[in-house]
Each structure stands twice: as C-alpha cells, then as structure tokens.
Design a protein around this ligand. Structure first.
Ligand SMILES: Cc1cc2nc3c(=O)[nH]c(=O)nc-3n(C[C@H](O)[C@H](O)[C@H](O)COP(=O)(O)OP(=O)(O)OC[C@H]3O[C@@H](n4cnc5c(N)ncnc54)[C@H](O)[C@@H]3O)c2cc1C
Length: 458
C-alpha cells in the first residue's frame, strides 16, 4: 500500500502530463495514482483533429501519444469511461461512475489534480442537434464528422465560427473537396487580430476558395425531409449546407469545481497560484483548459484554452505534487494557426486590448517577404507591431503571411516576456540566409519602424 494517493480528474493533456511527471518522480510504493477519464481516449492531440479530418494525418491513432495500457504499464491506475460526478473537498474524496455499468463509488485522495478541460459552446438554437451538425472537440467528434462527410449527399459545408478552430476546419473541408462557407458574427475571422490584419486573413481565405461571411449571427439550423441538415439560417439569409461544423469557442469545464465551492475567476476558470495550486486549498492543483492564466502583458487573469499551456501546467503540477518545485509564471498570449497557404500568428496585446488597458501606443506595420525577395517561392508577409508610447516597450505583434511567417512570432513572444523595448529588439541577432528571410528580417524592420514612431510620438 502506497504512502499517499493522488487522484487526477481528466485524462488528457494536463491530467496525464501531471500523472506521468508525478510517476517519474515517485514510484508506486510512495504514491498511488488513480486517474479518471470519461471518454474512450487518453493523451491525444485535439490540436491534430483538423488535420486528420482534412486528410493530412492519415490515421486516428496518429493523434494518440499514449494509450491507456501504456499508462497502466507505467503504474498509473487509469480508469477509462469513468466520470467523476462529485467532488467532496471536506471529505477529500471523489465520486465516480463507470459509464458502461453505471456503478458508482467514492475514492479518497491525499492530493487531487483537476484537469477537466473546457466545454465547447453549443448554443440552444433550433435544429442544432440535427444529423450533419458537428462539433470538433474530441476524437469521437472527428470520427463522427468524417462519417458525416462520407454520407453527405452534396458537398456544401458551412463552418460556424471564425476562431482558429473554425478557420482550420474550413481548410480541412476544402481539402475534402467541399465548397466551404465560413460564417462569423464578428467583422472578421480571428477576433484575436486587429481589423486591418483580420482583413488580410479574410482576403487570403477568399483567394483560397473559402467564402467568408462576416456579421452573420446564426439563428437556426434547417433540416430536410430526412431530418438531416440542409441549411443554416442567419436571420433571413439561408446558407445551403450538407454538413455544418461548429467552432464557437469553449468555456472552462468547471462544473465539478463550482459545485464543490472552489474559487473561480471572472471567466469561470479555476484560480490557482503560480505553482498551479488552487487558491486556498493546499492539496488541490488544477491546470489546462479549466483554469485562468496570468497575462503577463496586461497583468490580468484570462481564460486562454491552449494545449501548449495545458502540457506545461501538467508537468509543473506533477513535479509539485511529487514534492518537487515548479511554477508557471504566466503567458503573453501567443497563438499560431494557418489556413491553406496563409499563416497567422499573434502575441501580446491588440489595439483593442491595449485601449482597454488604458495604454497609449504606436503601431508599425511592414510588408515584406518570408525569404529574400529574389529567392524562388518568396511569399508576402505582414508584421504589425504595437509599442508603448514614450517607453517604447513592446506590447504586441501580429503576423499574416506565407510559409515560415508565423513562427517568427516566437521572437516577439521572447521579447515580450523579457519586457524588451522595440529599440532593444532592433539589435537582436536574428538568423539570415536568402531561403529563410530578407537580410533584414521583417520583425526587425517592424521594430525599426516602431522606434521611429515612438520617437515621433514623444
Ligand atoms: C480542434 C482543436 C484544435 C486545437 N488546436 C490547438 C493548437 O493548434 N494549439 C494549441 O495550443 N491548442 C489547440 N487546441 C486546444 C487544446 O487541445 C487544449 O487546450 C488541450 O487539449 C487542453 O488540455 P486539457 O487537458 O486541459 O483538456 P482536455 O484536452 O479537454 O482534457 C480534459 C479531459 O477531461 C475529461 N473530463 C472532463 N470532465 C471529466 C469528469 N468529470 N470525469 C472524468 N473525466 C473528465 C475529458 O473527457 C477530457 O478528456 C485545439 C483544440 C481543438 C478542439
């Protein structure tokens, strides 16, 4: 019998990273680890679902990093298709239900990790549960969508939602030979970009063959005689659809935590300290899409559901649970995606966010190329930079462009983390050779322009 028992709720990125790291640091005689996962999959990449649906990733199993059996072999008692239905903080125990048999039991813990992820937004619109309407949150969702694509009579797809999942799914459906219409209620896809950069993305999507409809608030899903979807209505306008994919964002999956009285932030995500310990609870940790993170640029806690954070949280939690030490200082809001040939990236604050924070800033936008202009295949890229007025501190960067453009955002993410000024950025020793960049990398050109604008603004 182990000295202590760790219970983990949620068996994907954050939960199984935590369990695996704890197991690396403590053997089964010191720490028993019991993990509950309500679905049939563990340690899988939801991030890869668009590329599996689009056909770039051939097999479902390519998305699975570790099977339940592999976790079991490493001494983690992973209980699949078992849902935790109640958390009794005072009694230090969780109630679980085996979804196949319906059997329920209580399991006590010494230490608890909550890694319940996020819940996809699915508004209660008429017809939204009809055959042919799909979310893309889980592997099961991806499988159902692929079956639905095969069953669709004609090849017209509507994607509802212009976030990164919406635009990745638009590309995937295009790849499957569908005519794709993307509906977004905002003025542009990717609300996390400024409108001028969003317009560049919209143009690129339309050139790739995706019809983008902005200002479209979906009101109903319409079905044909068979009961299957036939159109999506946005007010009085109908968009014909043989398949509909929903990408309407997510909210923190914190029902259990809320019912147990654990502290939640304004967006409904769990509040933790920098060691990922739930505030006010010495033996409970939480990470991944069910928590809020500190935005180092604005100083606010925000809900940002990304796998990159979930994996880091899990590893830090696993270390701390096992008596080690790790902290998660926060994020700068870095994200990257692509649609067909066009890459998109952002970090830090947009103009809207900077205004919300009461910051005065200048912007510098430069058009350049991803390689030396004369190099075969050179593609356009645009970099937009925000710097604080007077101090010149970097506040944010957005990039839209061809292959190789987007990962340049990492330079900006490092500069933001280090609280560099745009002047300091101009001196960065960034790599150059014609196949990779112009002699002045577009990020450096944007920084130089931003320096001039900061000086001019006084
Ligand atoms: C289509 C798609 C594309 C994405 N692309 C990217 C990307 O390119 N880059 C990026 O950084 N992020 C991406 N993400 C986000 C990323 O997948 C998530 O941020 C990440 O999976 C979060 O990990 P998590 O462990 O917090 O939550 P999840 O992966 O959601 O895992 C939570 C798990 O907990 C289980 N669970 C919940 N409640 C219970 C309960 N009561 N009992 C038992 N089990 C429970 C769930 O079944 C689930 O398996 C993408 C997401 C999707 C859907």
């Amino acid at each position: 019998m182990a000295a202590e028992r760790l219970v983990v709720i949620g068996g994907d990125a954050a939960g199984m990273s935590a369990a695996s790291q704890a197991r690396r640091l403590k053997g089964p005689e010191e720490l028993e680890i019991v993990a509950f996962e309500r679905s049939g999959f563990t340690s899988y990449s939801a991030c890869g679902i668009p590329y599996w649906v689009g056909g770039d990733v051939p097999e479902r199993d390519d998305l699975i990093a570790r099977t339940p059996e592999e976790h079991q072999e490493r001494g983690i008692d992973l209980r699949m298709r078992t849902e935790v239905t109640e958390l009794d903080v005072a009694g230090r125990r969780v109630r679980s239900r085996d979804l196949a048999s319906g059997a329920e039991e209580w399991t006590s813990y010494d230490k608890l990790v909550i890694a319940t992820g996020a819940r996809p937004v699915r508004p209660a619109l008429p017809g939204i549960e009809s055959p042919g309407v799909h979310g893309v949150h889980t592997i099961d969702d991806g499988r159902a969508l692929l079956d639905s694509l095969a069953a669709a009579g004609r090849r017209r797809a509507v994607v509802v939602g212009g976030g990164y999942i919406g635009i990745e799914m638009a590309e995937a459906l295009l790849g499957r030979g569908f005519e794709v219409t993307l509906l977004t209620r905002g003025a542009q896809p990717m609300h996390s970009l400024d409108p001028d950069m969003g317009d560049r993305l919209t143009g690129a999507m339309e050139r790739s063959g995706i019809r983008v409809v902005t200002g479209a608030e979906v009101t109903e899903v319409l079905t044909g005689d068979s009961g299957r979807v036939r159109a999506v209505a946005a007010g009085s306008t109908e968009y014909a659809a043989d398949v509909v994919v929903l990408g309407l964002g997510v909210t923190p999956g914190t029902d259990l935590a809320r019912a147990a009285g654990l502290p939640l932030g304004a967006s409904g995500g769990l509040l933790t300290d920098t060691s990922m310990r739930v505030r006010g609870h010495a033996d409970i940790w939480a990470g991944g899409d069910c928590v809020e993170v500190l935005d180092l640029v604005s100083g606010r806690h925000r809900f940002i559901a990304l796998g990159t954070h979930a994996n880091k949280h899990g590893q830090i939690i696993g270390s701390n649970v096992a008596g080690g030490y790790g902290t998660f200082p926060g994020v700068v809001g870095t994200a990257v995606t692509k649609v067909c040939e066009t890459e998109v990236a952002r970090t830090g604050l947009t103009e809207r966010q900077a205004n919300e924070e009461g910051l005065q800033y200048v912007t510098a936008t430069v058009e350049s190329t991803n390689t030396a202009g004369y190099y075969p295949g050179a593609a356009l890229m645009t970099v937009k930079m925000l710097a604080e007025r007077r101090t010149g501190r970097l506040l944010g960067v957005q990039i839209v462009g061809g292959a190789g453009a987007a990962k340049r955002i990492d330079v900006a993410a490092v500069a933001l983390t280090a609280r560099m000024t745009v002047e300091q950025m101009t001196a960065l020793d960034l790599a150059y050779a014609p196949p990779f960049s112009p002699v002045w990398d577009p990020v450096l050109v944007a920084a130089r322009k931003a320096v001039s604008k900061v000086r001019a603004a006084g």
